[in-house]
Design a protein. Structure first.
Length: 84
């Protein structure tokens, strides 16, 4: 295989494993084919207090540094998230 395109680093790792390609045999380029943000969507029936709890939990994970650790471990060890 000479080219693999995936939407996410996690997806790329999945295909490496599925195709039995050692990660050391490939390089990651800085060429960006597309970019899109991710969101958590909720039903309009979800009360604002529940949404606020989700936001508070996310803010706490980010401020504790845990978000950065998760990002580095699973998504892209060479880069940092654009927006913490």
């Amino acid at each position: 295989m000479e080219l693999l395109v995936s939407y996410t680093p996690l997806g790329t790792r999945y295909y490496f494993e599925k195709l039995d390609i050692p990660q050391g045999r490939v390089i990651q380029t800085d060429i960006r084919l597309l970019q899109f943000p991710l969101y958590i969507a909720c039903s309009k029936q979800i009360p604002d207090r529940v949404i606020n709890r989700w936001q508070q939990a996310l803010d706490a994970v980010k401020s504790s540094g845990e978000y950065q650790k998760i990002y580095q471990k699973y998504l892209n060890p060479k880069r940092t998230p654009a927006s913490l």
